[in-house]
Design a binder for this molecule. Structure first.
Ligand SMILES: Nc1ncnc2c1ncn2[C@@H]1O[C@H](COP(=O)(O)OP(=O)(O)OP(=O)(O)O)[C@@H](O)[C@H]1O
Length: 682
């Protein structure tokens, strides 16, 4: 038999099994639908027990249907031939036949672990491992690894030369795919690590950190359904573009109970995608901002009245600016959230008025404490004063007040340098749209201020009404991707979402754009201080880049890092990166030529990456290139992304963009799977 017909014969064998799986899937779907219909009937009886039973049935039926109806692409993807003579098929779900025998074992079940962990050195009773590739319900390819040749029966066929290389060479689509059929051993160890505490996964570009983190989320949801199913899993990544890029991975594995949020979307109800320039982001992200914000809350609101004057029984009572200042200071010194202290503020003012009145008492004026307090306390003019002097505060409003440089300088005295105050005030004064870094400040303010009183909420401007999170601290597992870039303020924000959670933290210090790693490390330790277990996995193989591309990309950081922190790229293509030089007036034309060239030569997506400042300019240069595969992004937006071909426009500009510019350049140059062009202004 020729190699091709051997392969066809094996494809036919697998097709038979895949057909059985799909037929059984249809049966199970019908059963679940029947159960759902029956649960509605139970509901009609309306006794508490019947209603309870209905809810349980309905929940179960819906969950089953959701799992069965998830994209069926790649439902069956693996097979193990064991030393016992048994064959086990592995898939995205576990499916049993009517006799309760396994037709398909869920990839997360212990029985499937050998699919990822068996090696020729430790075959774990696996003789042949087969990856099956399907297009919908049709088997299109099989690819084998013979792990234990000595025990292989003589008629066992071994097809192809490895599924991993085939998967890596294929062009990538708009969104990240699951890698469940080709997860490698070192990745599997991180995916299947216990849930508790902190699991840290590091590794260089393209080592599969994001893929591993998402598969780990799916694995934990399967294994720890009871704990994670309710409060759920939160996955945080750098940008909305990135979240959309990874958004299909979990649903493609049947998991829907996961919230994906970019860093600018962590706070309910507000969403920011704009990023500050590096200097501004650095100041906004510094943990010094906690004190600045605390101080800002101690300042009177911008239009606060400077004195309080009332007539009481023919006598003038007046609290002067200094009195009011002292009362405010005392209230703040006692601590607590200003929004919860409004009653205390009213009491303190009334007490001060009483002290005044008592000092003025004479024969004609004999005030009584209780009477004065209750009479003045009910006056509308007193309430008006209180509302202006100690208003209900809203985080965004308080931050907006800091666009006044004088006010900000008062809050930042001895904490921020004059230049830093300028940078911040300018950022808030010039643009009304919030940035990603502002969100962590707004979240901090929410914690410091406390919820506004219910009555005040009705007057709350629309823009100030983030949907109140009931589940602030209630996620059971938090996954942070690109964790190396979180600022200290962002660590505080995410820490609040997972005080009782377990964590998966994924990142690569070499790709970090945060200029002060020590400050971020301290904030991270604080955010995770409740965690007792800490385990770390390092991934060392770069699956994305060709060796030629990664070698060129690594030059950007080689002298900054320990060589052990750079992974090894496994694939060679023989195609070196294309480096072009162009005088400034030719840069647009050269970029257009290079982009068209890449669109022609590469099959999948094309990314053009440049400095954040030049993003719009480069977009305009390419506005007449009409191809949906093309994306033009700034350096920060390229974090975590991947394209089949990449053009980096002005690499030296990227390197000079910030104090961590060379690391940003390393990120940009390591985004391509097949082709890389660098365009340097000469
Ligand atoms: N075991 C695997 N089988 C197939 N493809 C894989 C495997 N591991 C990783 N990949 C692919 O390699 C590419 C890089 O993966 P991923 O984006 O998760 O890496 P990363 O470590 O997060 O990269 P970066 O740090 O650069 O953002 C993706 O296309 C992913 O699908």
């Amino acid at each position: 038999m020729s190699e091709a017909s051997e392969k066809q014969a094996e494809i036919a064998v697998e097709q038979e099994h895949v057909d059985r799986v799909y037929a059984r899937l249809d049966e199970l779907r019908s059963e679940a639908e029947a159960m759902r219909d029956k649960s509605y009937e139970y509901g009609r009886e309306a006794t508490p027990e019947a209603l309870n039973e209905r809810d349980v049935m309905l929940h179960h039926a819906n969950r089953t249907l959701q799992a069965l109806n998830a994209e069926s692409e790649g439902l069956v993807f693996g097979r193990l031939d064991l030393g016992t003579g048994d064959a086990v098929h592995i898939g995205r779900l576990g499916i049993r036949d009517q006799r309760f025998d396994n037709l398909l074992v869920d990839w997360r079940a212990p029985l499937a672990a050998a699919f990822y962990q068996a090696t020729p050195e430790h075959p774990q009773d696996v003789i042949r491992r087969r990856v099956i590739r399907c297009s919908r319900e049709q088997v299109v390819d099989v690819s084998d690894d013979l792990l234990d040749p000595d025990r292989a029966p003589s008629d066992m066929r071994v097809i192809g030369d490895g599924a991993l290389m085939a998967a890596l060479t294929r062009s990538r689509g708009e969104t990240m795919r699951n890698i469940v059929a080709t997860i490698q051993k070192e990745q599997d160890e991180a995916i299947r690590a216990p849930e508790s505490g902190v699991t840290e996964i590091t590794g260089g570009p393209g080592t599969g950190k994001t893929a591993v983190a998402l598969h780990r989320a799916a694995y934990l949801l399967y294994r720890e359904q009871r704990r994670l199913g309710g409060p759920g899993v939160l996955v945080i990544g750098p940008s909305p573009v990135f979240m959309s890029y990874i958004s299909r991975v979990l649903p493609s594995m049947g998991e829907h109970n996961v919230e994906l949020r970019a860093l600018g979307e962590v706070l309910d109800g507000i969403s920011a995608a704009r990023v500050d320039d590096p200097r501004t982001a650095e100041v906004k992200g510094s943990s010094r901002m906690v004190k600045v914000l605390r101080r800002a809350l101690r300042l009177p609101p911008p239009d606060a009245p400077e004195s309080l004057q009332l007539f009481y029984r023919g006598t003038v009572l007046k609290l002067e600016a200094d009195d009011l200042k002292r009362i405010r200071r005392t209230l703040h010194n006692k601590g607590g959230q200003p929004n919860k202290n409004r009653m205390k503020a009213a009491d303190a003012l009334l007490e001060a008025l009483w002290q005044l009145a008592r000092g003025l008492a004479d024969r004609d004026f004999q005030p009584d404490r209780d009477q004065l307090i209750s009479e003045i306390g009910e006056r509308i003019e007193f309430h008006r004063f209180l509302v202006a002097w100690w208003p209900a505060l809203y985080p965004m409003q308080v931050l907006r007040w800091l666009s006044d440089p004088e006010r900000l300088a008062r809050a930042a005295r001895r904490l921020l340098a004059a230049e830093e105050v300028d940078v911040l005030a300018k950022s808030w004064a010039e643009v009304s749209e919030w940035t990603v870094a502002d969100i962590a400040l707004i979240d901090e303010l929410r914690m410091l201020i406390g919820p506004p009183p219910k009555r005040a909420r009705r007057d709350e401007p629309e823009a100030e009404q983030p949907r109140r999170a009931s589940n602030y601290d209630e996620y059971a597992h938090v996954v942070i991707d690109e964790a190396q870039d979180l600022s200290p303020m962002q660590w505080r924000m995410v820490g609040r979402r997972g005080r009782h959670a377990s964590w998966t933290i994924v990142g690569d210090p070499v790709q970090s754009s945060w200029p002060d790693p020590a400050e971020a490390a301290t904030a991270r330790e604080e955010a995770l201080s409740a965690q007792r277990t800490h385990r770390k996995f390092t991934l060392r193989t770069n699956y994305r880049n060709s060796a030629e591309i990664f070698d060129y990309a690594s030059d950007a950081v080689r002298d900054l890092v320990n060589p052990d922190d750079l992974p090894t790229a496994v694939r060679t293509t023989g195609v070196e990166p294309d480096v072009r030089e162009a005088p400034a007036d030719q840069l647009a034309a050269t970029t257009r030529d290079a982009t068209r060239d890449l669109l022609e030569r590469a099959e999948g997506t094309i990314g053009v990456i440049t400095t954040m400042d030049r993003r719009d300019e480069v977009r305009a240069w390419l506005s007449d290139v009409d191809d949906p595969r093309l994306r033009v992004v700034g350096s920060l937006d390229s974090k975590g992304m991947e394209y089949d071909a990449v053009a980096v426009v002005d690499p030296d500009g990227l390197a000079a963009e910030s104090s961590t510019g060379r690391r940003a350049l390393y990120v940009a140059l390591s985004r391509a799977t097949q082709l890389l062009t660098a365009i340097r202004p000469s």
